[in-house]
Design a protein around this ligand. Structure first.
Ligand SMILES: [Ca+2]
Ligand SMILES: [Ca+2]
Ligand SMILES: [Ca+2]
Length: 430
């Protein structure tokens, strides 16, 4: 959860009031003149996309909006976090300012308040750090909170604070579908951060007293690579996860079809989500009573405990293999969008880079998963057109990477492949 309506509702003081004023009642910033994004990308009727910032070097990844209303963006391979203000409110970043710090593959960003202070949390491949945000926009008091295990494998690390005030961190796997060197990989971890930056294991963590200290922070496991996660308005923790590559249920099956990519897992403490032993059984919605996960016949992991796939929690919603889910956000955060878009999950899909058969090339696009009665029921494409027909997303004009709510309730979309940030607004016009 970032600076969105759920957080704002619980804040107090002038800062909260000014931020709230930036939300649903904010003056809508017009989309600006047509550009290459508006010519290429298709959206539902009434929505407009424009380039907010271009020529961003260093692999743009995750974003967060700061207490100053500016967009902050991690530049993962560049080792930087950039600030992209739009003080003149013309729908274009006024400038790209790199914060004067070097980071180690920064990915997840989150602003979180402790008392009167705002801190920017930066998830890096080997650690979590935070920096105090000062009025005027400078950062100070850099603190390392936590070391994360290495080597990297999947190297993106994501940090969010939950509605319970705890810090959640996701780490992908080191291997494709093998044995991991540390139980903190392929898991979502949960920590308590004290006001002075001390980090501890909450007593109600499911493995808080495990004899293996590395298991104590685990909140949920069997998640190969949960690049992002969020909390629904009902307080449910939902996480995507990337499936293993090169699974065929039968040796004669065509490539690229298995496993289905898990878009929404409802995360419960202490539960196992199947990887590396089991895969999702159903394409699309798998709602209670759920079909159980099925064994991955190609797993390279030894299975000393004879892990039973009946014990894995199946995903609530999947999409085809190689969809590659990255950033996700609750639709209600986009207060500029019509009401029917708000009860949904928007998810950035990076699409195919290593599929074999052209028929299975997946789009790099933004998908909207529609939620009814608290459950994901179906999905539809929201923004598409970054790749041309017959082209893999690895060769496309861009690939959506993350999406967050702008201060006026529109959507910022980062593009780690095209080096851009876009802004999607609802105007109601064709
Ligand atoms: Ca501007
Ligand atoms: Ca699973
Ligand atoms: Ca997110």
């Amino acid at each position: 959860m970032s600076l969105n309506r759920f957080r704002l509702a619980s804040m107090s003081g002038l800062l909260a009031v000014s931020l709230w004023a930036c939300g649903s009642n904010a003056q809508q910033i017009p989309p600006g003149p047509p550009d290459e994004a508006s010519r290429r990308i298709t959206l539902p009727k009434g929505f407009q996309i424009r380039i907010f910032a271009d020529n961003l070097a260093g692999t743009p990844r995750f974003m967060a909006v700061g207490p100053d209303g500016s967009l902050y963006l991690s530049l993962m391979s560049g080792g930087k976090v950039a600030r992209l203000p739009d003080a003149n409110k013309d729908g274009k970043a006024d400038k790209v300012e790199n914060l004067p710090f070097n980071f180690n593959q920064p990915h997840g960003l989150e602003f979180h308040r402790e008392g009167n202070d705002w801190w920017l949390y930066v998830a890096q491949v080997d650690k979590i750090e935070r920096l105090k945000f000062n009025p005027g926009g400078s950062f100070s008091n850099r603190q390392k909170l936590l070391d994360l295990p290495m080597p990297a494998g999947h190297s993106s690390r994501t940090v969010h604070f939950g509605p319970d005030g705890m810090m959640y961190v996701s780490l992908g796997s080191v291997t494709n579908k093998g044995n991991e060197p540390d139980p903190r990989f392929a898991a979502i971890l949960r920590y308590k951060v004290e006001a002075d930056g001390t980090v501890s294991i909450p007593a109600d963590n499911p493995f808080a007293t495990d004899p293996n200290p590395a298991r104590r922070p685990i909140w949920a496991e069997g998640l190969r690579n949960s690049v992002d996660f969020l909390w629904t308005p009902q307080g449910k923790l939902w996480a995507s996860t990337h499936g293993s590559d090169n699974v065929r249920l039968n040796p004669s099956d065509p490539p690229d079809n298995q496993p289905y990519e898990e878009m929404i897992n409802q995360i419960e403490p202490g539960k196992h989500y199947g990887w590396p032993y089991c895969i999702a059984p159903v394409l699309g919605a798998n709602l209670p009573p759920q079909k159980p996960e099925i064994p991955d016949p190609t797993t390279e992991a030894s299975n000393p405990q004879n892990f039973d796939c009946m014990k894995a929690v199946p995903a609530l919603f999947t999409l085809p293999a190689h969809s590659a889910p990255l950033g996700m956000e609750w639709g209600g955060s986009f207060t500029n969008f019509p009401k029917e878009y708000q009860n949904s999950v928007f998810i950035a899909l990076a699409g195919s880079w290593n599929t074999d058969l052209p028929a299975n090339y997946r789009d790099c696009k933004i998908e909207r998963i529609i939620v009814e009665n608290g459950l994901p029921v179906r999905s539809e494409t929201f923004a598409n057109g970054w790749r041309q027909g017959g082209q893999k997303c690895g060769a496309a004009w861009g690939r959506p990477t993350d999406l967050v709510a702008a201060p006026d309730g529109s959507m910022f979309v980062s593009d780690g492949h095209g080096g851009r940030v876009y802004r999607i607004v609802y105007t109601g016009n064709q």
